[in-house]
Ligand binder design. Sequence first.
Ligand code: PLP
Length: 393
Amino acid sequence: MINQAMYALGDEPSAIRELFAYGLARKAEVGADNVFDYSIGNPSVPAPAIVRDTIIELMDEDPVALHGYTPAAGDPAVKQVIADYIAERYGVPATPGNLYLTAGAAAGLAITISALTVPGDEVIVISPYFPEYKTWIDMAGCAIVEVPAHVPSFQIDADAVAAAITERTSAVIINSPNNPVGAVYTRETLEALARVLTAKEEELGRPIYLISDEPYREITYGAEVPYVPCLYPRTVVCYSYSKALSLPGERIGYIYVSDLMPDAAEVSCAVAGAGRALGYICAPVLLQRVIAKCVAEPSDVAAYAENRRILTEGLSALGYEYVEPDGAFYLWVKALEDDAQAFSDRAKEFELLLVPSDSFGVGGWVRLSYCIARDTIERSMPAFAQLMESYRG
Ligand code: PLP
């Protein structure tokens, strides 16, 4: 007898994957240029040249050592480079012992949630939220508690978080810059959240961890992205190079447990244990070595900034409502009817592939990934005009 929960998960349709697959089939049918695919968050900017150069250089090294296992938490020398970078950039204590290298933020989050919770606990997420949070929270035997973001700012509503905390709450997951809305949480927002969590920890006499999911930290358009452990010491950072260096398929990132946290040693040990239990040991080693060379490489956001400008100017001229994105490469657009799935289906008639917001835990919106060719965005504007027209007529 197989595990029915896992069967259900494997069998569960994903709106994003389905739309992406539909797009591939549709492109084969009507030509790639005639489909405006805003479905998936795959970086459209190539990885920086230093990544390729480093891989080529590494190929001259002893292959046995190069491709061999590292310790489960990653190569101490690589972790030293990352720790030094974190310490210098954010002014926080960081040593190799504070880091656990992972196959992207996905592995980092699955590990962290398992490490910080026991079955029956509750984990708070801010809706709309990245759909896989629910999968990892379920996997840990915990209950997901959705707290709506403040509308229209899509900042965290700290009072609503306070109201949702119970004696079973072990963690709150935040993501800034945010997928799907593009919001960047301000210092004031994070300070208000920190005050709430500190007060609740005291009131309930238990630790409440903040899990900061940070794959988009480097993708911003001028907004400050405060370093969360500096504002709330009981923070675990799940970082990824997927978007920062355009390496989503290579799977590399890390978990950072800061010594600012009173129970840092226990949390680091639980992270190592959860990594072991879940089989997430020794992150891809070639990429570990690449990161050691590219840790300070800036992200190239110029193309995303230009796409953002063209898309927002175009949609606003057509009368669409959206959330002005301060980071990441997603635009959160108000659907023209309450049923986001029906709106997404209607958009398909005009070859526009827009992800319905139901996937992210809320109704009434669609998400557009604008990490696509600029020309596609420009050519999609008549389709958006026709879509709008179809609701007026
Ligand atoms: N968290 C968020 C909010 C994401 O958007 C993604 C990927 O798109 C992930 C986590 C997982 O990223 P990674 O590729 O690093 O596993």
